[in-house]
Design a protein around this ligand. Structure first.
Ligand code: NIG
Ligand code: FE
Length: 401
């Protein structure tokens, strides 16, 4: 086992509340250390601090990053990667004035059902690799384009080859064969489909919104999922205000996602709970919809996460740097708040304490940015600033020559 030290770090984002005097002028929760070093082995961070305090002879290998910044890998807590085909034409129609509706999901369902397991796996692998190259070191993925017992189960089996953060989303929309008996579909999801899928998933999710499932159906499905050992999360408030956010709080969900339409009571409920609000600006960008009001959540003390929501319908991006730039420019988040939300916030949305920070003992998942500061993630939009990605003590993705 090699012990590696990264030195020559202009700014180290630790997200460590234990960093006693974070560098002045930065969002305090980022725990920024300037002129820093970080030491890790293949499983955990061993030391971080000012480079001048680095104990001599501690590391077997020293890598000087040359005045670049280093930060925790992104934790992307919301993606839908088990699908086939794309919906570029639907996107083009939206950009020509049509509005987004949940019904588009059904066209991806037809393609997904027709795909082999290996085709689905190739798609998940391709998008996972794309995300990793852009700095995502922990990635959740949902099922939800199979919508039959067999196709949901095999979607989750495929997802499980790539991530432990797998989510059963049988309740994405009502599939066409149940169009005239939606209650029977809810019973199927909460019954036979859940039984088949629960062994292959960690989480259960419901799309609780216009054109998908109402609060009563969501409560039935999530409650059954909890009884089957899954932990709840929800899609709520993407298209209209409803009871989904308060249901998430009532059930102790790890996160309520989208939350573009949220009442004051929704925000109060979130603020007095451990449920994270996960904002997905890629979806508003790609559906040309209004952005969630991030300031309302932050100012009320809600824990906010940012995620990419990669899916072929509403947000076909794996890029967290893109989401950070949009959240800063158009959702009035500060760069520091956005970077925290995409790392520590994502970890909170997945109830993970081992990722999303570089405190001593955390997983050594970290990024070297081709920039002197994390601020550049928002300041230089569209520029591929993630130079190298470290996981398990080794570089797993690199743009460096
Ligand atoms: O998170 N909102 C529901 N699910 C996805 C969209 C799925 C689709 O349009 O294919 C989302 O935005
Ligand atoms: Fe989603």
């Amino acid at each position: 086992m090699t012990i590696t030290a990264l030195t020559g770090i202009s700014q180290l984002v630790t997200n460590d509340p234990g960093v006693e005097t974070p560098a002045a002028g930065h969002h305090a929760p980022l725990g920024v250390i300037t002129d820093a070093a970080v030491v890790f082995d293949d499983t955990r961070v061993l030391w971080r601090g000012p480079e001048r305090e680095l104990p001599e002879g501690f590391a077997d290998a020293v890598v000087d990053v040359g005045g670049r910044s280093v930060m925790p890998g992104f934790v992307d807590s919301h993606a839908h990667l088990a699908f086939a085909g794309d919906r570029a034409d639907e996107f083009a129609a939206r950009m020509a004035g049509q509005s987004y509706s949940a019904g588009g999901i059904r066209s991806t369902v037809a393609n997904t059902r027709a795909a082999s397991d290996e085709q689905l796996a190739a798609n998940v692998r391709r998008l996972r690799d794309e995300a990793l190259a852009q700095g995502t070191t922990t990635l959740e993925s949902k099922s939800g384009y199979g919508l039959s017992v067999l196709d949901e189960r095999r979607s989750l089996e495929v997802i499980g080859r790539f991530t432990a953060e797998s989510t059963f989303l049988g309740a994405h929309v009502v599939p066409p064969e149940f169009a005239d008996r939606p209650d029977d579909y809810v019973s199927l999801v909460a019954g036979e489909m859940l039984d088949a899928c629960a062994p292959h998933a960690k989480w259960i999710d419901v799309f609780c919104d216009r054109g998908a499932f109402d609060v009563d159906a969501a409560r039935t499905i999530l409650t059954a999922g909890i009884a089957a050992g899954l932990a709840p999360r929800i899609h709520a408030g993407q298209l209209e205000q409803g009871g989904g956010i308060q249901l998430a709080v009532e059930l102790g969900a790890a996160s309520a996602d989208h939350v573009t339409y949220a009442s004051d009571a929704d925000i109060e409920a979130l603020a007095s709970s451990s449920t994270v609000a996960t904002l997905l600006p890629g979806a508003e960008f790609s559906t040309r919809a209004r952005y969630p009001d991030a300031r309302r959540f932050l100012d009320a003390g809600v824990t906010v996460a940012l995620a990419a929501d990669c899916n072929p319908g509403s947000s076909y991006t794996t890029s967290i740097p893109f989401c950070i730039a949009v959240a800063v420019r158009d959702m009035l988040m500060t760069p520091g708040e956005a970077v925290w939300a995409a790392t520590a916030g994502g970890a909170a949305a997945l109830r993970r304490t081992d990722v999303g920070s570089l405190r001593v003992g955390a997983a050594p998942d970290l990024l070297v940015l081709d920039a002197p500061s994390y601020l550049h993630l928002a300041y230089r939009p569209g520029v591929p600033l993630v130079r190298s990605v470290w996981r398990g003590g080794a570089v797993v993705s690199s743009r460096a020559s």
